[in-house]
Write a protein that binds this ligand. Structure first.
Ligand code: AMP
Length: 291
């Protein structure tokens, strides 16, 4: 049976209230749609944790820059509804932009410091848009637990901070990155890749694994790790490295030596498609999650 689609805030509130009256716990997975197996893993995790699972599908205009891919971002609601239903969702919330941002919406949420590196400077305003829409969605769905992907490590770290700093009564869970068989992190944007670009893209994860191998072999100098990583990514034909960074996994600030858990995060344009990926290197080797 297909999970119904709600398009208004009122419908979601009503459905969640009914689930609450039936004594059910509520899980939530926010997405922008064009769903794939990575998203399905979040929905399954939510269904394993909570009794009523809501998935939002909303291409959020406030998190896209003026020269980004908002207009061409894939919209595949029908297959998204199917994937959500098969993965254990009970309700899909697919609002319009006007429903989420009525005229004269002038309130935004900003998490400082954690946006100083990586996608913060690379995508000005992005995390402000993400935090604002996620807090709004939390306030609409009122979930007990919300599930995010380690694929967007900085986003997950920032959402955790927002929830802590603003006393939002939601448990944030971060689930491992789901990859294709050749290692490429699943992403809605992978469908922009030409066959030739798709064949090159797994080199991104191989470069991250090589950074891990260098660290395991005893390299502790972060500048050397970063430059080797950047050089390897730049050697992918047609690639342009946006960033290749090794940061303190908790503060997302630069560091000089590998003396604590680090986030190794990259953003690479393959042709015109911007892909991001990351791994966490801790004392016990790779841990594919931020906490
Ligand atoms: P998106 O709709 O792709 O912006 O992301 C919605 C949620 O799915 C976010 O929490 C992402 O981190 C998560 N996600 C996206 N891709 C993956 C993946 N390959 N593995 C696990 N989670 C993912």
């Amino acid at each position: 049976m297909l999970a119904p689609i709600a398009t208004t805030v009122a419908e979601v509130r009503e459905a969640v209230a009914a689930a609450r009256r039936a004594g059910k716990s509520v899980g939530f997975v926010p997405t922008m749609g064009a769903l794939h197996e990575g998203h399905a893993s979040l929905v399954r995790a939510a269904a394993a944790t909570s009794q009523f699972v809501v998935v939002s599908v909303f291409v959020n205009p406030t998190q896209f820059g003026p020269n980004e891919d908002f207009a061409k971002y894939p919209r595949t609601l029908e297959s998204d509804q199917k994937l959500c239903s098969e993965s254990g969702a009970h309700l899909v919330f697919a609002p319009t932009a006007a429903e989420m941002y009525p005229e004269r919406s002038v309130t935004f949420v900003e998490v400082k410091e954690l946006d100083a590196e990586l996608d913060g400077p690379a995508r000005p305003g992005h995390f402000r848009g993400v935090c604002t829409v996620v807090l709004k969605l939390f306030n609409i769905v009122l979930p007990d637990v919300s599930h995010f992907g380690a694929k967007d490590a900085q986003q997950a770290r920032i959402i955790r901070q927002m929830v802590r700093d603003l006393n939002v009564p939601v448990v944030v869970r971060v689930e491992p990155t789901v990859r294709e068989a050749d290692g490429l992190a699943m992403s809605s944007r992978n469908r922009y890749l030409s066959p030739a670009e798709r064949a090159l893209a797994p080199a991104i994860y191989r470069a991250l694994q090589n950074a891990q191998a260098r660290a395991a072999a005893g390299e502790v100098d972060v500048a050397r790790l970063e430059s080797a990583l950047a050089a390897e990514l730049a050697a992918i034909p047609g690639a342009r490295v946006d960033y290749a960074r090794v940061l303190d996994a908790s503060t997302l600030q630069p560091l000089a030596r590998l003396d604590r858990e680090v986030l190794v995060a990259v953003a690479v344009f393959i042709g015109t498609t911007r892909l991001i990926d990351n791994i966490v290197i801790g004392e016990r080797g790779i841990r594919n999650a931020v906490s």
